[in-house]
Write a protein that binds this ligand. Structure first.
Ligand code: KG4
Ligand code: ZN
Length: 357
């Protein structure tokens, strides 16, 4: 089975060809970084226009790189939400057009499901598994029970982890996207203990029994530290120290919340799996400090950890194609009146606002 996957929910125009024997035949990602960099974040209208400009050639490149023709496709999947609605519509309508012309199935994919099924594409992880989804728009802990059945254990009360990286980076004068740039400059910090003492940061939600997150207090603390630094261009050493302290604190917060989730998972699902696994996915999962903290936590709890390789951690078409393949293989497909959804929860039973316990 050969499937084309299309991803346009944020600032990447992406398309990929994936087969049901886990072969990524092509994976084309056109980033709009330069278009948005001057604004320090993604501008929805600019993103939508850029998707329109590039979608055709990105799809064509995915087909050509895979050395196939459109006639070889057995299905076409596209992100239909959640995300910036202008971009989502462009990817979805392109997929529907290809589906109608070729008379092949169309599958409308939840972008978050794409991220959390990637571990099954790369490592053939079996259900059930625990997932920490950390991206620019979402920070959630879920149990992937089976295809299409996801139980949310926790979510953020305010900002997402990636958003906190991006906004903190902006305050420090670092370019968008903040995550990779904070990680890069934090490596220049040569006195880590001193950096942590210089820039104390809060640990929101620490000690709470639930699996929810909060990042707005951390972001505000970064703002306060930046404001106290001398006026003018920030000194590179100061930025390196603050980035180091911020990155480490974020990793600690994520690990603290995952500790509760691991306990819940092992208590409730431990008997249903031979190899309990923590999967981390979404753009922030590329961060090495965060991965190391979570790896230590997982290993201490006798769980294995799985994170996608760098080229599949951020937004891409391969994860959407794979989610499409999983759905097609289980006999599912969607109709032409499938609606794009700016919001689309993976767990319909979870409250939209988590309880602040
Ligand atoms: O999953 P993704 O590509 O797009 C969304 O669906 O949001 O995630 C993008 C987010 C951005 O906030 C970006 O700053 C963050 O992932 N990110 C990182 C790293 N690479 C990307 N955050 C921390 N460290 C990184 N190395
Ligand atoms: Zn994403």
């Amino acid at each position: 089975m050969i499937v084309l996957g299309i991803e346009t929910s944020c600032d990447e125009t992406a398309a990929a060809i994936v087969t049901d024997n886990r072969e990524i035949r092509s994976n084309v990602v056109l980033s709009q970084l330069e278009e948005h960099a001057v604004y320090g974040g993604v501008v929805p209208e600019i993103a939508a226009r850029a998707h329109i400009d590039h979608i055709d050639k990105v799809i064509k490149a995915a087909i050509d790189d895979a050395r196939i023709s459109f006639d070889d496709l057995n299905g076409v999947a596209a992100t239909c939400g959640p995300g910036l609605i202008g971009g989502v519509m462009i990817g979805m309508m392109s997929a529907k057009a290809i589906s109608s012309v070729l008379n092949i199935p169309f599958i409308g994919v939840n972008h978050l499901e794409g991220h959390l099924l990637t571990a099954r594409l790369t490592d053939n992880i079996t259900f059930p598994y625990l997932v920490l989804l950390i991206s620019g728009g979402h920070t959630q802990i879920l149990v992937a029970e089976s295809l299409g059945k996801y139980k949310r254990l926790g979510t953020t009360l305010d900002d997402a982890a990636g958003e906190c990286f991006d906004k903190s980076a902006k305050m420090m004068g670092l370019p968008y996207p903040g995550g990779p740039n904070i990680e890069k400059i934090a490596k220049e910090c040569n006195k880590p203990d001193h950096a942590i003492k210089r820039f104390p940061l809060p640990s929101p939600m620490k000690g709470r029994k639930n699996c929810n997150f909060s990042f707005s207090g951390l972001k505000t603390a970064v703002r306060i530290h930046v404001d106290k630094l001398p006026d003018g261009d920030l000194n590179r050493n100061d930025i390196a120290d603050l980035s180091y302290a911020f990155q480490l604190k974020t990793a600690e917060i994520l690990a603290d919340r995952c500790k509760n989730a691991i306990k819940l998972f092992l208590d409730n699902y431990g008997n249903h799996t031979n190899s309990p696994t923590l999967v981390i996915c979404g753009g922030v999962s590329a961060n090495k400090t965060i991965f190391k903290k979570l790896e230590d936590l997982a290993l201490n709890n006798k769980m294995q950890i799985c994170a996608p390789p760098l080229y599949l951690s951020g937004d891409n078409g391969a994860m959407i194609a794979w989610a499409g393949i999983e759905r097609l293989k289980s006999g599912q497909k969607d109709s032409m009146d499938f609606k794009a959804r700016p919001r689309w929860s993976l767990d319909p039973k979870a409250p939209s606002k988590p309880m602040q316990t």
